[in-house]
Design a protein around this ligand. Structure first.
Ligand SMILES: *[C@@H]1O[C@H](CO)[C@@H](O)[C@H](O)[C@H]1NC(C)=O
Ligand SMILES: *[C@@H]1O[C@H](CO)[C@@H](O)[C@H](O)[C@H]1NC(C)=O
Ligand SMILES: *[C@@H]1O[C@H](CO)[C@@H](O)[C@H](O)[C@H]1NC(C)=O
Ligand SMILES: *[C@@H]1O[C@H](CO)[C@@H](O)[C@H](O)[C@H]1NC(C)=O
Ligand SMILES: *[C@@H]1O[C@H](CO)[C@@H](O)[C@H](O)[C@H]1NC(C)=O
Ligand SMILES: *[C@@H]1O[C@H](CO)[C@@H](O)[C@H](O)[C@H]1NC(C)=O
Ligand SMILES: *[C@@H]1O[C@H](CO)[C@@H](O)[C@H](O)[C@H]1NC(C)=O
Ligand SMILES: *[C@@H]1O[C@H](CO)[C@@H](O)[C@H](O)[C@H]1NC(C)=O
Ligand SMILES: *[C@@H]1O[C@H](CO)[C@@H](O)[C@H](O)[C@H]1NC(C)=O
Ligand SMILES: *[C@@H]1O[C@H](CO)[C@@H](O)[C@H](O)[C@H]1NC(C)=O
Ligand SMILES: *[C@@H]1O[C@H](CO)[C@@H](O)[C@H](O)[C@H]1NC(C)=O
Length: 517
């Protein structure tokens, strides 16, 4: 008896009180795997027992002659009768369940009392199973909004148990979701919504021992942003720096955004090789600041968004291809004194959009809006109207376009003509001479090449030798028949749809050669 460490779980479940004041039937609960001592109440008071016998379910089980000293310790056998006649059961198993009765010598005159041993076990192995759910590193589970989620709780209890599911969310403090008995209890949520996010707990209680166990799982309801990520740029005060931002709102949790450069390598297979990663972060909006030294024409900047609800292969992205500025317009403009002229410049391909402005003279001073200069901008078209042209307005004008990649300029040379009839007449006469002269040259050329006459070719060959006369945006036919009488003056509103004859220096080495286009 010495040194027994007896773990006893003894609970009186049911008692019927007999007439003699002693219970004639008692139920005790023994926990599976533990030890128990069943008392023998039949011993006559103040009588030292000499012999004890225990019956189980009416069958002889074990007996002891108390005059024989047993040297063994009770923990060694499964059943032992203690000195005071109690039955010690070591490590109860299911076959120990039954009704126990003890008999002793000398007999007393009391009613024999029986003991019912009820084996209990559990609840053990309580398991919460939520499907389909994905575990996070901290054990929290997440499901995707809109899916159908099944919850199953299982636990082992003997002989029976009750199970209950509880939920604690933002809006619900302690909701009971399901109650039942059996080895498992399940329920499902269809079209799961963020309101279903919270802690789900399952509680199992042994219906005999009342012992309870529970487990709890935090469940998150994730949803991806509905649209694609949006790529935007924002030029700073300094045009050589640019801020690219990528935003992808509306998801839970925040997505992970990656800003990178996509190389369009013309490698062995002409494949697109994933480029260098510039920055990544778990955020709704990722901004990268880049300067000119990192940017080039044709560079593809891509922002990919990854969200836990989207499989990695289906990442959403936005991208853009950087383009240098390219201002376009007429490089040569001629205007008559006293009129107005409008210079036009179109900047349509720059990405990020360029800052386009007008400059003049070789010193490239900025042209500022004034009564003299009227600046306007309509979509990609930038115009500069110079009012009341004078000779001093002659010279270079620049349409300067700058974006974070580079600066590019369109150079326009403005020629100012005097208004006088005299000048006009001079030009007229000069042109007439030129045309007559050219007629002779053409005739001569044709004549000398009469063996292989081909007018078109002849003109093209001559053209290669140098531009002398250029007719800006006019039909070849019209020039001869209509252009000359109209000169001068020529109101030039813009470079388009205007018949204009412009004379350049005539190279002395190639006299009398001209070209129109
Ligand atoms: C018999 O002896 C055991 C061990 O000493 C003790 O735990 C138990 O209570 C005793 N039983 C009775 C009925 O006195
Ligand atoms: C108990 O043991 C003693 C001594 O061995 C013996 O004399 C006695 O008869 C035994 N009692 C019973 C009931 O067997
Ligand atoms: C219970 O224990 C006894 C004694 O150790 C053993 O004979 C029996 O097989 C066990 N029964 C079960 C169901 O484990
Ligand atoms: C028990 O009953 C018997 C007769 O049935 C009697 O002789 C004996 O004295 C009684 N013993 C006690 C302790 O009451
Ligand atoms: C587990 O991680 C998720 C996401 O990081 C977090 O929202 C949640 O609160 C965490 N849960 C616990 C119990 O730490
Ligand atoms: C719940 O879990 C138990 C134990 O794992 C299993 O036997 C049972 O089939 C499950 N029920 C459902 C509906 O999945
Ligand atoms: C769920 O349980 C975790 C950890 O016990 C706790 O931090 C969190 O606030 C609980 N969530 C809700 C909605 O009660
Ligand atoms: C929540 O419910 C569980 C079981 O349904 C219960 O044990 C617990 O006391 C309740 N808690 C609150 C705060 O109501
Ligand atoms: C541009 O960025 C690079 C890399 O971040 C840096 O080394 C360089 O100094 C920057 N240049 C300017 C002009 O800010
Ligand atoms: C030139 O522009 C000025 C100012 O816009 C305007 O008043 C004037 O009528 C224009 N002259 C011509 C010839 O279009
Ligand atoms: C145009 O300029 C000339 C010379 O500067 C000036 O005399 C004339 O009044 C100006 N005309 C207009 C309409 O401003």
């Amino acid at each position: 008896m010495n040194g027994f460490a007896v773990a006893v779980f003894l609970q009186v479940m049911h008692q019927t009180v007999a007439a003699n004041g002693r219970s004639d039937e008692t139920t005790v609960a023994g926990t599976l795997g533990e030890n128990i001592i069943l008392p023998c109440w039949n011993t006559a008071t103040n009588v030292t027992p000499s012999f004890t016998r225990w019956m189980t379910n009416g069958q002889f089980t074990i007996e002891r002659n108390h005059s024989i000293i047993i040297p063994i310790s009770p923990s060694e056998g499964h059943l032992t009768i203690l000195y005071n006649q109690s039955l010690y059961i070591n490590r109860i198993n299911l076959s120990d369940e039954g009704t126990y009765l003890c008999d002793s010598l000398p007999h007393n005159n009391k009613t024999q009392t029986s003991l019912t041993l009820q084996i209990v076990s559990g609840p053990d192995n309580s398991i919460i199973d939520i499907q389909p759910a994905t575990p996070l590193s901290n054990g929290t589970l997440f499901v995707v909004r809109g899916s159908t989620v099944s919850f199953n709780c299982s636990s082992l209890s003997y002989p029976s148990q009750s199970l209950s599911w509880g939920f604690q969310g933002v809006a619900s403090s302690n909701d009971s979701l399901a109650v039942g008995s059996g080895s498992w209890l399940d329920f499902r949520i269809e079209d799961v919504q963020p309101t279903a996010q919270g802690n789900y707990s399952c509680r199992a209680q042994n219906s005999i021992s009342q012992k309870a166990a529970g487990s709890s799982t935090e469940l998150l309801v994730y949803y991806s942003p509905e649209r694609h990520p949006e790529c935007l740029w924002n030029t700073g005060k300094d045009p050589s720096h640019v801020q690219f931002s990528c935003s992808w709102f509306g998801g839970y949790p925040s997505p992970t955004l990656f800003w990178g450069e996509k190389h369009q390598k013309s490698g062995s297979h002409g494949k697109q090789v994933a480029g260098q990663l510039m920055e990544s972060e778990e955020t709704d909006n990722l901004v990268v600041n880049l300067n000119r030294s990192l940017l080039f024409d044709g560079q593809i900047l891509k922002c990919s968004g990854h969200h836990p609800t989207i499989s990695p292969g289906e990442d959403k992205f936005c991208s853009f291809t950087l383009k240098s500025p390219y201002p376009e317009g007429e490089p040569l403009v001629t205007v008559v004194e006293g009129t107005n002229v409008t210079l036009t410049c179109t900047e349509s391909i720059s990405l990020p959009p360029a800052l386009t402005r007008w400059q003049r003279t070789a010193q490239q001073e900025d042209v500022v809006s004034s009564p003299k200069y009227v600046l306007s901008e309509q979509g990609p078209t930038f115009t500069l109207t110079i009012v009341n042209i004078t000779k001093q307005d002659e010279g270079f004008y620049f349409c300067r376009s700058e974006n974070p990649l580079m600066v590019r300029e369109l150079e326009i040379y403005l020629t100012v003509k005097a208004t006088s009839q005299y000048t006009g007449a001079i030009i007229g006469i000069f042109l007439a001479i030129l045309i007559v002269g050219s007629g002779i040259v053409i005739a001569k050329t044709i004549y000398s090449n009469r063996d292989r006459i081909c007018l078109g070719n002849g003109f093209e060959q001559m053209g290669e030798r140098g531009d002398v006369l250029s007719l800006v945006e006019a039909d070849e036919e019209e020039v001869f028949h209509e252009a000359i009488p109209r000169l001068p003056p020529l109101p030039l509103t813009n470079g388009h749809n205007t018949t204009l004859v412009e004379i350049h220096t005539i190279p002395s080495t190639h006299p009398g050669i001209f070209l129109w286009r």
